[in-house]
Ligand binder design. Sequence first.
Ligand code: FES
Length: 104
Amino acid sequence: MSDANRDQVARSEARRLEAERGAPIEISFNGRPVPCFDGETLATALLADGVSEFGTTRSGAPRQPLCNMGTCFDCVLVVDGVPLTRSCLTYAVDGMTTESSRGA
Ligand code: FES
């Protein structure tokens, strides 16, 4: 890493804002409990938990959040029985159930 890049990284870290976490809550993914925090999106909670496959395409290829702003639909899950729910736009709620979206 060059000195210029190192200086840029140091400056960017110095400008990070403090963030408070919400209360601990729990959702489930494919029947497995996933601990997370109030105020997080489902995509954030699942990625932080190490989930690498949110579902599959029609051809069976794995899908994972790409844009994180509601445009690509690569993050869709079945949430409390509702299919094609964009996990990057949906806040986690204690007790919420999520499942992989297959072939969507
Ligand atoms: S990550 Fe693209 S719509 Fe959710």
